[in-house]
Design a protein around this ligand. Structure first.
Ligand code: FES
Length: 101
């Protein structure tokens, strides 16, 4: 069961292995946009994963395509709805804006 640390709030909580990062953040009360409800279509759940990236599920084609269409994407970018948690702790930065189309 990984611990999630959220920036900039500093919130830290335990989440279930196999849960999506989006569902874990929402369950913890973090204000993350999710306009398409986890279908990799809107891009509004774009976050930076600073630590623990290797334990999160790999990027699939739909997420890759959506990230390609978002301004401000970097090597730490993930869509929270497509990121399934592994065993390692994760530090994630919420970007505070919806970057969807
Ligand atoms: S909620 Fe729309 S891409 Fe994640």
């Amino acid at each position: 069961m990984p611990f999630i640390t959220v920036q900039p709030s500093g919130n830290r909580f335990e989440a279930a292995t196999g849960a999506s990062l989006l569902s874990a953040l929402l369950a913890a009360g973090e204000p993350i946009p999710h306009k398409c409800e986890g279908k990799a279509q809107c891009g509004s759940c774009h976050v930076f994963v600073h630590e623990g990236r290797k334990s999160i599920s790999k990027i699939k084609a739909a997420e890759n395509e959506r990230l390609d269409a978002i301004v401000g994407v970097g090597s730490k970018s993930r869509l929270a709805c497509q990121s399934l948690l592994g065993e390692e702790d994760v530090t994630v930065e919420l970007l505070g804006f919806g970057s969807g189309l």
